[in-house]
Structures are given as structure tokens and as C-alpha cells.
Write a protein that binds this ligand. Structure first.
Ligand code: GLU
Length: 457
């Protein structure tokens, strides 16, 4: 059974970068779902009370629902603090966390000194060397400690990454991470591990900006196992989750970070981008599979395979998203869009107009060609006579456009553009647009004749 999770912090709107991670995790869970047992979890990482906002929690749920990536269960870290406390106490007993008293300024100074000496800025473990009296003195001065996780420098870190292949880290090259602030609040690192264990997450799939977190977290998983953080705290897992780190998403011109506001799920929805276009792009970007407009999610699920992911940054291109969107719109059925169409537009209307749209929201402008009023151009005298002829020749049948153009061809000898363009202009006010054989029946006989007569002057 596959269990994945998407773990956003509710400090802003979801953007293409985190939608991509959500989608990958959803696809992986659904792909492992043959027996109906794959699970995709939403975990709200809201331990940072100051920056987390309820409105963003709601927005995350809405965005995922709009994309059709609904989770099988939702958890909130702020409701699970007792679990983190339990893990913390166990790690403390096992000697894997220690108190530290340095201020931010002291740490910054140490960092600068190390860099100045050409050394990597690894925490020097000064706090670990403190004696009981030294600690007591700090406490007596009213200084509460923050807490660091003690990496085991003897235990080298490696894992087989689903995207990046074998990964190795030397723990001596890493700082013992701060896991808890002096006020008792949690930083990201330990709660995430506790949750992954507790929720039986089998696959942690996220962006490569988390690779160095994984190095530390791999040791946290081991430390918790060794400390006996067992079945009474967590349900299932007795082995490590698999890890996969996807290459970052970049813009055509480099980093996406500055543009993320305009690439939020909300902004894309307001621009008229369809969920299927976003999913089609984000499922395949950075993989060896072609990006194609795929409206059927099962095709995306079946084709999802970490083996196809490359290590080079995945390039996000707005123009590609727009192209996919138009292609997706052209595939949408009437019942999928009905609620978003102008009043009175029926399945035949949607079918006629759909090929002209890049966004569903443009349907109204085109539908006005049917309902009127339309703006006709000025016609030459010759064209006016031709259009008068057309008004007389118009006969209503199953195929009024085919019959009309055939009759006019026979009567006037016109063909090609001189035959079709004035008719289109008189009937729609436009030089181009939907297929006239579909549009004319929608305009209707009386209105069509009236438009031809008014054009004839
Ligand atoms: N809240 C973290 C983030 O948004 C989660 C990372 C993870 O997937 O573990 O970066």
C-alpha cells in the first residue's frame, strides 16, 4: 500500500511549484491504488502560529478540490503537538536532543568566523560541551534553551532517491538542527518525521530544496526507531519511507520565485486556465514524456513513473500552458462547462463555438454572434447586390449554409473567398469565426434573412 502526503505551510496561496508536488503525490498514491488502498494525505504544516493563516488553509482545500486532487484524509500539525512532545521526550532520554543557549547574534558571529577561516559554517556543538553548572547558570539568568537534534557523526547517511539515485551525506558536515524554539514551539524538521512515521507514509516525494532536510531526517527516523518510538505512538511503519526529490521548477528566464504571485492557483483560475491544462503540464514537465493535453486523469496516473524524471530543472512556460489550455477547452463536453456558459447557449452552440476558444470565458463574445446585435462592415455595391440575392436564396433545411452557398454559386458564379466572406461578414459581423454550417442554424432563419437584408441596404 502506498501512502503519500502533501504538506503545505498555510502561509500563502498555492502556486505552480507546490501544485506540482501535490500532483506528483496524488498521482503516486492513485497509481498504487489498484487494490483501492493507496492514500493521499493532506498535512497542514501550521506549527508556525505567527505566519499561518486560516484563510490559507481554506484556500489550500479549495484549490485542491478545484484541481480534483482531494485528499483521503487531512491532518493539522497544530493539533498533534502532544505527539511531537512524546517523540521529543524519548529523544531526550536517548541523548539525541540537547539544550542550547546561544542567541541569534552569537550564532551569526560563529558563522561569520567559520566562513572567514574558510571553514564550512557547521555548528560547533559548544552547547553540548556545557557542564550542568553552566546550564544551571544560564537558566538562573532566565535564559531558556532552544533544542538541537544531535546527529550521529558515526552513522553515515545514505538513501536511494527515487529521482536522484543513490545519495550520500557525511553527518560531520552538517549542523545539528534546531528542532524546537526556546518558547517550546516547533520547527519543521522533527514534527514532519513524527507525522510521516505516525501516518505510515511510504513515499516522501518533494522538491530538491528538501534534500539536505532529508539527510537530517533520515537520522531522525533511525533515532526514533532506536529510541523505541513504537506502535503506541505510530500505527504501522517499521521501515523508512522511500524518498524522491524532483528537480525545481524554473521560468524560461530563470527563477520562478519572483513570479509566483501570478502563478498561484487562484490567479491561473481567474485567467481561465482549466484544471486539466495545469495537470497535463505539471504531470509531465521535467520528465522524458511529452507534455500533451490530456483530459483523462487515468492516462496521467498510468503514465506516472519516477524513472522518467530528469535531474535538470523543469522549465515552466506560460505560453505552453495557454496552448494546452486551448487544446483542453476544445475537448471539453457541454455538460462539463454548462454552468459557465452564457444564458441560452446549448450543446449545439457550445459545439459550434468551442474550436474558437482559448478560454471557456470567451464563449460569451462568440455567442453574441448568434444572439446579436452584431456590427456589420460597409459593403461594396456589388457585395450588397450579392447579399440581397442571398436573402432571396435563403431556404431553410437541414443544411441551410450548404444549400445557400451552393445556390449562390450557381446564380452568381462566385466561389471561394468572394462567395464566403461577405456572407460571413453579413451574418456575423466578423471576418473569421466558427464554422458557418454550425452557426447558421443557431442564428435561425428569420434573423439570418434580416441580417442579409440589412447588409444589402
Ligand atoms: N511544509 C514543508 C514545505 O512546505 C513540507 C515539506 C515536506 O514535504 O516535508 O516545504
Amino acid at each position: 500500500m502506498i501512502v503519500t502526503r502533501f504538506a503545505p505551510s498555510p502561509t500563502g496561496r498555492l502556486h505552480v511549484g507546490n501544485l506540482r508536488t501535490a500532483l506528483h503525490n496524488w498521482l503516486l498514491a492513485r497509481k498504487g491504488d489498484d487494490d483501492g488502498a493507496g492514500r493521499f494525505l493532506l498535512r497542514i504544516d501550521d506549527t508556525d502560529a505567527e505566519r499561518s493563516r486560516e484563510e490559507y488553509v481554506d484556500a489550500i482545500r479549495q484549490d485542491l478540490a478545484w484541481l480534483g486532487l482531494e485528499p483521503d484524509a487531512e491532518y493539522r500539525q497544530s493539533e498533534r503537538l502532544d505527539k511531537y512532545d512524546a517523540a521529543f521526550e524519548q529523544l531526550k532520554e536517548a541523548g539525541r536532543v540537547y539544550p542550547a543557549y546561544e542567541t541569534a547574534q552569537e550564532l551569526e558571529l560563529k558563522r561569520k568566523i567559520a566562513l572567514g577561516r574558510g571553514r564550512p559554517p557547521i555548528y560547533d556543538r559548544a552547547a553540548l560541551a556545557m557542564s550542568g553548572e553552566e546550564r544551571a547558570a544560564k537558566e538562573a539568568d532566565g535564559i531558556s534553551p532552544h533544542w538541537r537534534f544531535k546527529l550521529d557523526r558515526e552513522q553515515h547517511i545514505d538513501w536511494e532517491d527515487g529521482v536522484r539515485g543513490p545519495q550520500k551525506f557525511d553527518p560531520a558536515q552538517l549542523s545539528d538542527p534546531v528542532i524546537r524554539r526556546a518558547d517550546g514551539s516547533w520547527l519543521y524538521m522533527l514534527p514532519s518525521v513524527v507525522d510521516d512515521m505516525n501516518m505510515g507514509v511510504t513515499d516522501v516525494l518533494r522538491g530538491e530544496d528538501h534534500v539536505s532536510n532529508t539527510a537530517v531526517q533520515v537520522q531522525m527516523f533511525s533515532a526514533l526507531h532506536e529510541a523505541g518510538f513504537g506502535p503506541e505512538h505510530c500505527d504501522v511503519i517499521d521501515s523508512f519511507p522511500r524518498f524522491g526529490h524532483t528537480a525545481l521548477l524554473v521560468g524560461k528566464e530563470g527563477k520562478l520565485s519572483k513570479r509566483l504571485g501570478s502563478l498561484s492557483c487562484e490567479a491561473l483560475r481567474e485567467q481561465g486556465i482549466e484544471p486539466e491544462a495545469i495537470l497535463s503540464l505539471l504531470a509531465r514537465l521535467g520528465t522524458s514524456k511529452p507534455v500533451e493535453p490530456i483530459a483523462d486523469r487515468q492516462v496521467l496516473i498510468d503514465g506516472f513513473d519516477l524513472e522518467t524524471f530528469g535531474r535538470a530543472p523543469a522549465k515552466f512556460d506560460d505560453a505552453e500552458l495557454e496552448r494546452l489550455n486551448a487544446a483542453i477547452v476544445h475537448q471539453l463536453d457541454f455538460d462539463e462547462v454548462q454552468g459557465r456558459l452564457p444564458e441560452g447557449m446549448d450543446a449545439a452552440g457550445w459545439h459550434a463555438i468551442r474550436p474558437n476558444l482559448s478560454h471557456v470565458g470567451e464563449a460569451g463574445e462568440w455567442w453574441q454572434l448568434v444572439t446579436g446585435p452584431i456590427d456589420q462592415p460597409e459593403f461594396s455595391e456589388e457585395d450588397r447586390a450579392f447579399l440581397g440575392n442571398a436573402a432571396d436564396a435563403l431556404e431553410w433545411s437541414d443544411n441551410p449554409w450548404g444549400d445557400l452557398t451552393a445556390a449562390l454559386k450557381a446564380r452568381t458564379g462566385r466561389k471561394g473567398k468572394p462567395l464566403f466572406l461577405p456572407l460571413r461578414q453579413a451574418l456575423t459581423g466578423m471576418d473569421h469565426g466558427p464554422d458557418m454550417s454550425e452557426l447558421l442554424p443557431l442564428i435561425g432563419e428569420d434573423e439570418a434573412r434580416a441580417r442579409l437584408r440589412s447588409a444589402a441596404g
